[in-house]
Design a protein around this ligand. Structure first.
Ligand code: TRP
Length: 333
């Protein structure tokens, strides 16, 4: 009898203990729809203020909510903008690491590089990094490994130049306007130079180190080149209205890497949709917050590309965009 009592008591204790630990597990994980005390903490770092990066961030936060991580509800977002300053970038990422946030979303290549330099444990999801391999963020796109993965906005300089030739067929000299410190731009410029070599064109470089140098660099190019080409460069993008002003005055067409740069006065691009990119970045972040290992999630590259044109710019420089190009355009600003 005593033996049975001991056995029953033992069994009761085991079940109680098991029950406790499983309910504790559930409490400590704040999944979609659960409203616990614990909140998920996400640090968002953005290199600079320009329309494309803002679009990415807004789409990303919206999509996180759609996936059940709602700011002010079960999610705390610490958003920081580095104002295109490397020292700020480092300070922000160091703070994110010290605060031991659950996840870091790094918008644009310089932000991702800074975040990767500060933590090897907190999951990092990068957004819109043109060349994640060349920028040293991952060594394998399909199996990133470690604590980092994200989305890439790789575009083709060749495709943009093919479009440029359809609009302005007589291009012999291309003026490349970009930041010498942005590895995302370097990749596209190398691509441009290879294309130019094969097609008998010359490329002249005008590099900048910050946005205050953009106006001068653009002026130098308008005097020498038949068109300006600017890749998906954060520094140029943040000064794009100035580039457009200089180029329009000189009647030089500006071909760019992103739709927002066309909206801000560039003539044309063949580029990706950054709202979708922002959403996909959030999908990856949500997967990780739900328990997946970042290193096991392949880097996503956008496959859909479209033509974007600026009619006001075409008018200002006296160019008629061929009807077939206009018909193919996704959007004409
Ligand atoms: N691709 C850029 C990078 O890797 C970031 C970026 C996204 C961007 N959209 C842009 C830059 C539009 C200029 C314009 O850093």
């Amino acid at each position: 009898m005593k033996k049975i009592l001991v056995l029953v008591l033992t069994l009761v204790m085991i079940f109680t203990a098991a029950g406790c630990s499983s309910s504790k597990d559930q409490e400590s994980r704040v999944g979609p729809g659960e409203k616990g005390e614990a909140k998920v903490t996400v640090g968002i770092v953005q290199i600079v203020e320009h329309p494309s990066l803002n679009t990415i961030r807004e789409a990303c936060v919206e999509q996180l909510a759609a996936k059940g991580f709602k700011e002010g509800d079960n999610l705390v977002i610490d958003y920081q903008n580095a104002q295109n300053d490397q020292t700020n970038l480092k300070t922000i990422c160091q703070k994110f690491a010290v605060n031991n946030y659950d996840l870091i979303i790094a918008i644009a290549t310089p932000s991702a590089q800074a975040a990767a330099g500060e933590t090897k444990t907190i999951p990092i999801v990068f957004a819109a990094c043109t060349d994640p391999l060349g920028s040293g963020l991952v060594t394998d796109l399909d199996h990133p490994g470690g604590n980092i993965t994200g989305t890439s906005d790789a575009v083709s300089a060749e495709k943009i130049m093919e479009l440029a030739k359809r609009i302005t067929p007589d291009i012999k000299t291309v003026g490349a306007l970009y930041s010498s410190s942005e590895t995302n731009s370097i990749a596209v410029i190398e691509n441009l130079k290879a294309y130019a070599k094969e097609n008998g064109m010359t490329v002249i470089d005008a590099t900048v180190t910050n946005s205050s140098e953009v106006q001068q660099a653009a002026s130098v190019l308008t005097g020498k080149a038949d068109c300006i080409f600017s890749p998906i460069d954060n520094t140029v993008a943040s000064a794009m209205p100035i580039v457009a002003q200089v180029a329009n005055k000189a009647k030089t067409p500006v071909y760019v890497g992103a739709d927002s740069m066309v909206k801000d006065g560039g003539l044309a691009t063949y580029g990706i949709n950054y709202v979708i990119l922002g959403q996909e970045t959030a999908d990856m972040a949500a997967e990780i917050l739900n328990g997946k290992n970042p290193g096991d999630i392949p880097v996503r590259t956008m496959s859909e590309m479209d033509i974007y044109l600026n009619q006001a710019t075409a008018d200002a420089i006296g160019i008629t965009i061929p009807e077939d190009v206009r018909a193919e355009a996704k959007e004409i600003f």
